[in-house]
Design a protein around this ligand. Structure first.
Ligand code: AMP
Length: 396
């Protein structure tokens, strides 16, 4: 039976799209419309292994791109069964994926206060797609939902409680779809029932986060109210002294918006290396003896090892440590450096397996002791599976 799901990730200036078989995870079609609203708007896609590219009219809107995407999707054989939308912020309202209704759209709009760059774009994508695919069930899959199981002592900040009560100021976590996907794969790989599994999962890409999972439920994660807290990331600083923004604003005579932009866009690996936010570029520079690149990578691994250590306290004893995301799946250097700091906590790396587990190869890279799994993430498949489940349960 056809289980094809259209998966849409509508960002502020791009639309990622795919047709994914919810059963097998195979993506029959993948594509990206980028630079929406600019003179350089373009669309590329891959179908049956063949790449195609087309330029869009200068300044093309999301609607224009979605019209093209609709045409491309309709040219594929087999009618899709539903449309799954990635939505960044679901607040406390959405603890799992839901069929999109008017009320759901209002709630996504309401949560835009907490994700001003993402939720409005997600909503625009949903509304355009509803027009483009009116006969299909549309499902929202939230990046925050997986972390709604965190206990109060983990998600609250030690701030006046009224900020939580009146304004929803708390830690929400992000990358939930990825952490959930790799946790489910780890449960299969280790042959441990999902509801019994204890894991630490590290999603390391341009954005980075670690999650502590106890008995199949997320109990802590490193991203907070926004995706800025926690680990050192490509351009984001992660944890800093909370006094710094106001001190910097005064000292540098910059507005809080400018400081915010610095913390989000000019910090992390880029800020320390003064060269690049790209882990691959920095690894090459570090190997050639570039001290700034070496320091940036060292700080990245040091912070990551500290988080893993602290999550061993709350989720341990764990059944496995999982690496995913562009860096987690590919950088044997980051894995080696991080795990060297954790050797006394029961992690031993098999260097040959570590080197093999790159470029789409996965597996257990530990020599002995706690399993260390490299698992390529697949958020699109997770979205397709949620969509398929909800489409069949609503009888649509
Ligand atoms: P993502 O956001 O998941 O696409 O991940 C992007 C990050 O993965 C960038 O920092 C890339 O440099 C990094 N990355 C991708 N491939 C490799 C590789 N072979 N070695 C090291 N880092 C990599």
């Amino acid at each position: 039976m056809n289980q094809n799901v259209i998966v849409l990730n509508c960002g502020s200036s791009s639309v990622k799209f795919a047709i994914v078989d919810a059963q097998s995870g195979h993506a029959n079609l993948t594509g990206l419309a980028e630079n929406m609203g600019s003179h350089d708007a373009r669309l590329s896609y891959k179908v049956a292994g063949e790449k195609h590219a087309l330029s869009l009219p200068s300044g093309a809107s999301h609607q224009v791109a979605l019209a093209e995407i609709q045409r491309i999707i309709k040219a594929q054989p087999g009618e899709p069964i539903g449309v799954g939308h990635r939505v960044v912020h679901g607040g406390e309202k959405f603890k799992e994926a839901v069929v999109i209704t008017q009320e759901v759209k209002q709630a996504i709009a309401h949560h835009a206060i907490m994700a001003p760059l993402h939720n409005p774009a997600n909503l625009m994508g949903i509304e355009s797609a509803e027009q483009a695919f009116p006969g299909l069930t549309h499902v929202a899959v939230f990046d925050t939902a997986f972390f709604q199981t965190m206990p109060e002592h983990a998600y609250l900040y030690a701030l006046p409680k009224s900020l939580y009560r009146d304004h929803g100021i708390r830690r929400y976590g992000f990358h939930g779809t990825s952490h959930q996907y790799v946790s489910e794969v780890a449960s299969d790989t280790l042959n441990i029932p999902y509801e019994n599994i204890n894991l630490i999962t590290a999603h390391l890409g341009n954005g980075c986060s670690v999650a502590a999972i106890k008995q199949g439920q997320a109990i802590d994660t490193s991203l907070g109210f926004t995706p800025l807290e926690g680990l050192v990331m490509g351009t984001r600083c992660g944890d800093i002294d909370p006094s710094l923004p106001s001190i910097l604003s005064k000292q540098l005579n910059k507005s809080m918006d400018e400081i915010d932009s610095m913390l989000n866009k000019a910090s992390g690996l880029l800020g320390i290396s003064e060269d690049s936010n790209d882990c691959r570029t920095l690894e090459e520079a570090a190997l050639e003896g570039d001290a700034n690149a070496q320091l940036a990578l060292q700080m990245f691994c040091y912070r990551l090892a500290k988080y893993i250590g602290s999550y061993l306290v709350v989720a341990g004893p764990i059944d496995g440590l999982v690496f995913t995301g562009g860096i987690g799946e590919n950088s044997s250097y980051i894995r080696t450096t991080t795990l060297a700091m954790l050797a006394h906590l029961g992690f031993t790396l098999d260097e040959n397996k570590n080197l093999d587990a790159r470029f789409g190869n996965s597996g257990n890279i530990s020599a002995e002791g706690t399993p260390i799994l490299v698992i390529p993430t697949n958020e699109e498949w997770m979205i397709a599976k949620d969509t398929q489940r909800l489409t069949s349960s609503t009888g649509a």
